[in-house]
Design a protein around this ligand. Structure first.
Ligand SMILES: [Zn+2]
Length: 329
């Protein structure tokens, strides 16, 4: 069996990048390289310009980000990001509204080395090989912690998430932004000051907002998650928030909310329990990605668009409450 057949209907790394470029052009935008991985692969982003008229004296339009593929094997996020880009080109309804008010930036794979590794080994192997970047770092544990939080390792059902030990599937790296992928995303944020970010993962069928003790922010995220779920037609994802299951462990959405003042949501596509029986004996890859992604793309892309529109309606998080944290949550 060839690798191509092994992970079909998902795109190869080359097909993914070709589609990103073609869809950026179809949307009247461009494709930019924002960094280079340890293995020399470009990290690419599509920029789709706003269709709105320039606002006199109001500066450039808002910008929003859709960021997929921080974990190498979570291809469903990548194809959802590409599908959103495809629909933007022929925008109507909520997509037209989004384009009118904001530039939309789409990263289909923030971890192209991890994506290529999953492709090469046909999604078979331990999670450590499929989730991390080429240096074995869990990129979603490699972001700066909001002050004054200190690094912790959190034991979640036997998984030592945010581990300081190399070789763990949840290894946080030598220091925050030690990896070219996370450093590239931080630099892009500094340049573009995104107002909101949808971070695409799999496989729990949930929406995970940043950890925050501010009741105004908790209220806002409850609203954003409700708006997301109300746009879903097959399965409405539940919000998973502010519980004993969460800590500050260097995740992207906590960094974006607390440090960068952007609304951020971790979207876990595709509730695997819906097809669990089918996947019990399958490769790890098929526990993270549905065999037929179209149904989940149709379910989730409207939710992403609804979230981004609703986030733009709110203004920045700092308009609602200051982000002041106690020493340890
Ligand atoms: Zn993930």
């Amino acid at each position: 069996m060839t690798a191509r057949a092994g992970l079909a209907p998902y795109p190869s790394p080359e097909e993914r990048d070709a589609r990103l470029g073609a869809l950026a052009a179809a949307g009247g935008g461009e494709c930019l390289t924002i960094g280079t991985t340890h293995r020399g692969r470009p990290i690419r982003v599509a920029r789709i310009p706003s269709t709105g008229a320039p606002r006199r004296g109001a500066g450039p339009p808002d910008r929003v980000l859709v960021c997929a593929g921080i974990h190498g094997l979570e291809y469903i996020g990548c194809v959802s990001a590409l599908a959103l880009l495809e629909r933007l080109a022929a925008a109507d309804g909520p997509l037209a509204r989004l384009r009118e008010r904001a530039e939309v930036w789409v990263i289909a794979s923030l971890n192209p080395d991890g994506y290529a590794r999953a492709w090469e080994i046909e999604g078979e192997g331990p999670l450590d090989d499929l989730r991390t970047n080429a240096r074995g770092v869990d990129l979603n544990r490699n972001y700066p912690l909001p002050a004054p939080q200190r690094p912790v390792t959190f034991n979640l059902g036997g998984w030592r998430t945010g581990s300081a030990v190399p070789g763990n599937a949840f290894y946080r790296g030598a220091h925050p932004l030690s990896e070219p992928e996370t450093a590239a995303l931080a630099a892009l944020h500094a340049e573009q000051r995104f107002a909101a970010s949808a971070n695409l993962h799999s496989t729990w069928g949930t929406l995970i907002p940043p950890l925050t003790p501010a009741s105004a922010h908790q209220r806002a995220y409850r609203h954003l998650c409700r708006v997301f779920a109300a746009s879903q037609s097959v399965a409405r994802y539940k919000r998973l928030a502010w519980s004993s299951l969460d800590r500050f462990i260097g995740e992207q959405e906590d960094y974006q909310h607390h440090v960068l003042d952007a609304w951020a949501l971790c979207i876990e596509h595709y509730p695997v329990w819906r097809e669990l029986a089918r996947h019990q004996d399958e490769r790890v890859f098929w526990r993270f990605n549905p065999r037929a992604p179209e149904r989940w793309i149709a379910n989730d892309v409207p939710g992403i668009v609804a979230f981004l529109n609703a986030a733009l309606d709110l203004g920045r998080p700092s308009r609602h409450a200051p982000n002041v944290l106690p020493p340890r949550l």
